[in-house]
Design a protein around this ligand. Structure first.
Ligand code: GDP
Ligand code: MG
Length: 180
């Protein structure tokens, strides 16, 4: 029936990673177009909605902020429940520590979503406003990192400048559409 409107699709997207990498900032910038320079620890399980259209398909994204649960791993299972995709954020001003943390988060995803039912995952290299994006070494390092960790793609982002975020969100939505 061509007169029938296409149903909106709802996707639950997890936003995870080490504390203070910019998870909340990315969600706020994307969903509310706001940036808060002062750091506030997020509490509670928050999600923010955002309507987008990908390949003519209307989508209701729900971005779930890990919300200060970075250290409370027992909460993780209920938070991960029914997720369609995951975004792991690390901080370009603290690459060694936060990228190491990113691989641990990916491991958590792999444990919760077994091989027969994996969810697409991307990596955001955030705070790119404080980093030289022409750095060839980091590109090589991140290409290797995503290949080793079973991550689809990585993106430079800046929650401060609003850079790269929309592109990344559309990418993960498209991957989910293509795999379901
Ligand atoms: P979360 O703990 O991962 O949710 O991190 P927040 O979103 O609370 O951000 C931590 C701190 O980093 C805050 O002071 C933010 O203002 C700052 N921040 C987040 N994203 C960026 C960014 O892209 N560029 C810069 N310069 N600062 C950022
Ligand atoms: Mg937060």
């Amino acid at each position: 029936n061509i007169e029938q409107a296409q149903d909106d699709l709802s996707l639950k997207i997890l936003v995870i990673g080490e504390a203070a990498c910019g998870k909340t900032s990315i969600i706020h910038k994307y969903c509310l177009n706001k940036f808060e320079p002062k750091y506030k620890v997020t509490m509670g399980l928050d999600f923010f909605p955002k309507k987008i259209t990908v390949d003519d398909q209307p989508i209701n994204l729900a971005l779930w902020d890990v919300a200060g649960q970075e250290r409370f791993h027992h909460m993780i299972r209920s938070y991960f429940k029914n997720a369609n995709g995951a975004i792991i954020v690390f901080d370009l001003t603290r690459i060694y520590h936060t990228l190491n943390s990113a691989s641990k988060w990916k491991l958590q995803l792999d444990i919760c979503f077994p091989d027969d039912n994996p969810i697409p995952c991307i990596l955001l290299a955030n705070k790119s406003d404080l980093f030289d994006m022409n750095d060839v070494e980091i590109k090589k390092q991140l290409d290797e990192f995503i290949a080793e960790n079973g991550i689809k793609q990585w993106f430079f982002t800046s929650a401060k400048e609003g850079f790269g975020i929309e592109h990344a969100m559309e990418y993960i939505a498209r991957v989910i559409l293509d795999t379901t």
